[in-house]
Design a protein around this ligand. Structure first.
Ligand SMILES: *Cc1c(COP(=O)(O)O)cnc(C)c1O
Length: 392
């Protein structure tokens, strides 16, 4: 059988990522491929670093995209900062905190685990108590925006505690960048990683990272070489570093980086504050509509992420039936629950280009239809009016 070209349908992506990719970014991906050491490409890499400093709100020199997805950015932070025998305090309030623990132990370090109920933020008071109890912690790690539950933690307070107790912070900002305030320098965060496919609305597969001078000093002072050759920041710097001299490390994903550059140019054009405000407004509109449909949020209002809305599936409505209906009838994707929340919640993303009025209206009317078809009583027109009232 001859296999022919793959032509995906145009879906609306309102899950936990990837989000809808803006046509400008898709167009940028198709531009002519340059050599990865071409001077023009190197110039674009330098611009990308500048744009990332804006997105992270940092002046950290060591700010660049890792050529791999958000999970690789996570791994880059852990393998560069931790050595065998080190201790890391890891806050776990969802899937990605668990993944951090895996990273710590695979570095030969010890993970001290601090659990919080899924759907709640990390509590700074509990973190401070743990930092007091264990005197020799090198790294405090936590997830700023927990995409598995929709909870936002107080990164400023947590990074402040890390400084106060003499440790380095590792912050997962995969879902927060571009969607909610992320102020790396002001908060004195040490190692922060993000992802291209959430609120930047770029294609998946790239992970912006930034390291503070204190984090760089810790990397320079290592006794053991970084266990990962590919993610060793000392080597990556030889390719991405300052000074005009670039040495081959790996072949950069040239066209993917055009896409990231374009997404960051668009973020700069919109302005970070405006992007945060847009996500907040779209969330309020969605929440007003969902409330009219009798759909309730998992996370308390003051800890909610605007870009990831976890909601309980109403009694009498089936998880898989509903998501299949949305995909088949409306080309609309929403996310399923994970872990203990599997089958109990949906995760509705409002990330980047997906955070717009059209998507909210589509989601509310399509979800109402899907639930009505299962005998659940609700009125889409009331929900749409409530959302429109917020958007007006
Ligand atoms: C999506 C996500 C990741 C992982 O990113 P990938 O690109 O899927 O590897 C890590 N942390 C959080 C909070 C995420 O939302």
């Amino acid at each position: 059988m001859a296999i022919s070209s793959f032509h995906p349908p145009l879906r609306t992506l309102m899950g936990p990522g990837p989000s809808d990719v803006h046509p400008r970014i898709l167009e940028a991906l198709g531009r002519p491929t340059l050599g990865h050491l071409d001077p023009l490409f190197v110039g674009m890499m330098d611009e990308t670093k500048e744009l990332l400093k804006y997105a992270f709100q940092t002046s950290n020199e060591l700010t660049l995209p890792i050529s791999a997805p958000g999970s690789a950015g996570m791994e880059a932070c852990f393998v560069n900062l931790l050595e065998p025998g080190d201790k890391a305090l890891v806050c776990v309030n969802g899937v990605f905190g668990n993944r951090m623990i895996e990273n710590v132990t695979r570095c030969g370090a010890t993970a001290i685990r601090l659990d919080f109920a899924w759907g709640t933020a990390v509590e700074p008071a509990a973190v401070e108590a743990a930092l007091k109890e264990h005197g020799d912690i090198k790294v405090l790690a936590f997830v700023h925006a927990e995409t598995s539950t929709g909870a936002l933690s107080d990164a400023e307070a947590l990074c402040g505690l890390a400084k106060q107790y003499g440790c380095l912070s590792i912050v997962d900002a995969v879902t927060s960048m571009g969607g909610v305030p992320l102020l790396v320098d002001k908060w004195q965060a040490d190692a922060v990683y993000s992802g291209s496919q959430k609120c930047l609305s770029c294609t998946p597969g790239l992970s912006p990272v930034t390291f503070s001078p204190a984090a760089v000093a810790a990397i320079k002072a290592r006794k053991h070489p970084v266990q990962s050759w590919f993610l060793d920041m000392n080597l990556i710097l030889g390719y991405w570093g300052e000074g005009g001299k670039r040495a081959y490390h790996h072949t950069a994903p040239v066209n993917a980086l055009y896409g990231l550059h374009e997404s960051l140019v668009m973020l700069q054009e919109e302005g970070l504050e405006n992007a945060w405000q847009r996500h907040a407004t779209m969330h309020s509109a969605l929440a007003a509509g969902l409330e009219c449909l009798g759909v309730e949020f998992v996370v308390a209002a003051e800890q909610r992420l605007p870009q990831l809305n976890s909601v309980y599936i109403p009694a009498g409505v089936d998880d898989a039936t509903t998501r299949q209906y949305l995909l088949a009838k409306h080309d609309l994707e929403i996310g399923a629950g994970l872990g203990d929340l599997a089958g109990k919640v949906w995760r509705i993303g409002l990330m980047g280009y997906s955070a717009k009025p059209e998507n909210i209206r589509l989601l509310l009317s399509a979800l109402a239809a899907a639930m009505l078809a299962q005998g659940y009583e609700c009125d889409a027109s009331v929900a749409l009016a409530a959302a429109d009232a917020v958007l007006a």
